[in-house]
Design a protein around this ligand. Structure first.
Ligand code: PLP
Length: 399
């Protein structure tokens, strides 16, 4: 029997982050002392008050299907969160809860783009963006940015990549993988360019909103003229250490949320009822309860930046949010480690895994083939050991 899969799935790349995590698990199972810094998830436990809300929901028999966009009181909690944290005024009908922010982004792209349509994505970008666009049969239009602009897209770069086929601009702030945070002024500059393209919708991924070291998170939807053309995506995975609970949410113009609701209703229905009750507790809490996690990430960022700056081959930006360091490592391409040539970031990551036993992710997966991603969502001693191994590895490179 011919194993004929669809072109859709054949076009997709496997998630590089998940593949690297899998590879390091396999090597660990063989007894190797691998330090895995490849996945993007907090190393904290979900706070107790959230776990208690979930226990309570089980005891109270929240066990049936829920409305597709989520419980009404959960959507009301999201409305209050948007008002409290972002100064945005939505109605509950403009909110949709999904199985993670990932599904929200998928909903939005699937509902807004068709074959021949273009989705503009500044690189470096979160690995899944490009693949979702490919699944939608639309065309990803990648904008390369530079470390000199802190990996943020400039108005001119954006203008150069917009066309009459552009349907969506998709980006994250704080950004995975660069940690860059767009200021109010930078978002306003983007909005200014978009004035000439009034049909383009912005999908603003704000999942790292609370892991922000500069104190100010600004939402694209809050920029003048953007509310009616922005879909804001957020979730509890990162801020509340709830990656496994699978709860994300989106807010936006009614016509888009209605379409996403219709689509999600035919794909997964609502996300888990118990996880929704837990997410309600998270969203209603004062963000002060998660501040210690952000403070820890900031301390670790500084510690890791200090250690990694010892590596002469690394060009580093200073991330303002999220929990990643994204060095440009192109200076070591063509160098050799024990006779083996480093051709690119893919092969560097494999060598680092084999020789230094540290699992990182190649920047190629994020649209930045000169970089590698180091997640510092791990304990201090693990991070220090990983940095020592990297410093040791790079000190042995030869021309
Ligand atoms: N958006 C970005 C930028 C991410 O880094 C991630 C997870 O790594 C997600 C969305 C997905 O989040 P969730 O776990 O809510 O699906």
């Amino acid at each position: 029997m011919a194993h004929k899969l669809s072109n859709r799935v054949n076009r997709l790349s496997e998630s590089a982050t998940i593949a690297m995590a899998q590879k390091s698990r396999e090597l660990k199972a063989k007894g190797l002392d691998i330090i895995s810094l490849s996945l993007g998830e907090p190393d904290f436990y979900t706070p107790d008050f959230i776990k208690e809300a979930a226990h309570q929901a089980i005891d109270d028999n929240f066990s049936t299907y829920t409305p597709v966009p989520g419980y009404q009181d959960l959507r009301e909690a999201a409305v209050k969160k948007f008002k409290r944290d972002n100064g945005l005024e939505y109605s509950p009908s403009q909110i949709l809860f999904s199985t993670g922010a990932k599904q929200c982004i998928n909903n939005a792209i699937m509902c807004l783009s068709d074959k021949g349509d273009e989705v503009v994505i500044p690189a470096p970008f979160w690995v899944t963006y490009e693949e979702i666009v490919k699944m939608a049969n639309a065309t990803p239009v990648i904008i390369e940015t530079e470390i000199a602009s802190d990996f943020k897209v400039t108005p001119q770069q954006l203008r150069d990549h917009l066309s009459e086929n552009t349907k969506v601009l998709l980006f994250s702030s704080p950004c995975n993988p660069t940690g860059s945070v767009y200021s109010k002024e930078e978002l306003a500059d983007i909005a200014e360019v978009l004035k000439d393209y009034p049909d383009v919708i912005v999908v603003a991924d704000e999942i790292y909103e609370h892991i922000n070291f500069i104190g100010e998170h600004y939402s694209m939807a809050n920029i003048e003229g953007m509310f009616d053309r922005t879909v804001t995506v957020n979730g509890v995975s990162k801020a509340f250490a709830m990656t496994g609970w699978r709860v994300g949410f989106m807010a936006g113009p009614q016509w888009i949320i209605d379409a996403c609701n219709k689509m999600q209703g035919q794909v997964t229905s609502a996300t888990c009822s118990i996880a929704q009750r837990a997410a309600k507790a998270a969203l209603e809490a004062d963000p002060v309860v998660i501040q210690h996690m952000t403070e820890t990430f900031l301390r670790r960022r500084d510690m890791v930046l200090k250690e990694l700056s010892k590596i002469e081959f690394f060009k580093l930006n200073e991330p303002e949010g999220a929990f990643y360091i994204f060095p440009d490592v192109s200076a070591c391409f063509e160098m050799k480690y024990e006779g083996e040539k480093i051709e690119n970031a893919d092969n560097l990551c494999l060598l680092l895994l084999e020789k230094a036993q540290v699992a990182l992710v190649t920047g190629g997966a994020f649209g930045a083939p000169n970089c590698i991603r180091f997640s510092y969502a791990a304990a201090d001693d693990i991070l220090i050991e990983a940095c020592n191994r990297l410093v040791g590895f790079f000190s042995k490179l030869e021309a």
